[in-house]
Design a protein around this ligand. Structure first.
Ligand SMILES: [Zn+2]
Ligand SMILES: [Zn+2]
Length: 245
């Protein structure tokens, strides 16, 4: 049975999407299947975007598995490490070369029909677009489909005001994503949109009717991630160092 925890309450006419999630395909700690199982059983989230760092396999796997989980749609996405900072592409089919310019990467995502989302802009804690990046891209006529105003990580928390400011100034849609690396973090920050499918969400981004909502990870959640990362690292070391294992 699907539970609706208090913190997940959503206005009845809107649904919830988490547009920034990392699986084991990059540095997350859960598989696409575990993600879908958790979201389907424990949350009221309707749409998930898997956005692994520079990897597409987890996103494609999740998209292929989504049929087994009625009421949950998956958008294949990616968080590309560009020379100018992280950049999210939604509705993409492949990975992209890393450390190319923002311009090159935006063009490549657009070529696949993908949408461009700038995650955690202006954050010093992780590789992020800076004010001069926005100015340069604006001068060249580039535009973004959405700015990630809510990001539940410390990187998002410290840059919330600046992210909101640039989103308002550009007049582009605001979205939220958890940047979750552990299951319990999924949905912590999220996007509200009219409708309940991935296509409804895309339409909401086109119509600029999305809302960024949610909160931030507390210290316990950050420690949980750290411990699981260490365990994953220890497992990996074990497999690497013990012959035949
Ligand atoms: Zn990032
Ligand atoms: Zn991320």
């Amino acid at each position: 049975m699907r539970r609706t925890p208090e913190e997940f309450s959503t206005p009845p006419e809107m649904s919830k999407a988490d547009l920034h999630i990392h699986t084991k395909a990059s540095d997350g700690t859960f598989t696409p299947y575990e993600m879908l199982e958790y979201v389907s059983a424990e949350t009221d989230i309707s749409v998930l975007a898997v956005t692994d760092h520079d990897e597409i396999d987890g996103a494609l796997e999740a998209a292929a598995l989504a049929d087994q989980f009625p009421g949950v749609d998956v958008i294949p996405g990616i968080e590309v490490s560009t020379f100018d900072g992280h950049l999210i592409g939604l509705w993409v089919e492949t990975a992209f070369p890393v450390l190319r310019s923002a311009e090159w990467t935006i063009d490549a995502i657009r070529e696949q029909g993908g949408l461009i989302v700038v995650p955690h802009p202006m954050s010093w804690l992780t590789l992020s677009f800076r004010p001069f990046t926005f100015r340069r891209l604006e001068r060249k006529g580039y535009h973004f489909d959405a700015i990630e105003v809510m990001n539940a990580s410390p990187a998002g928390k410290m840059s919330y005001e600046k992210a909101l400011e640039i989103q308002q100034r550009l007049g582009v849609p605001q979205v939220g994503g958890s940047d979750a690396h552990i299951l319990e973090g999924i949905g912590k920050a999220h996007t509200l949109f009219p409708g309940n499918t991935a296509e409804d969400l895309r339409e909401a981004i086109n119509q600029n009717t999305t809302l960024a909502r949610g909160g931030y990870f507390d210290l316990d959640e950050s420690m949980l991630y750290f411990r699981r990362k260490m365990r994953r690292y220890a497992d990996w070391l074990g497999q690497t160092l013990v012959p035949g294992k």
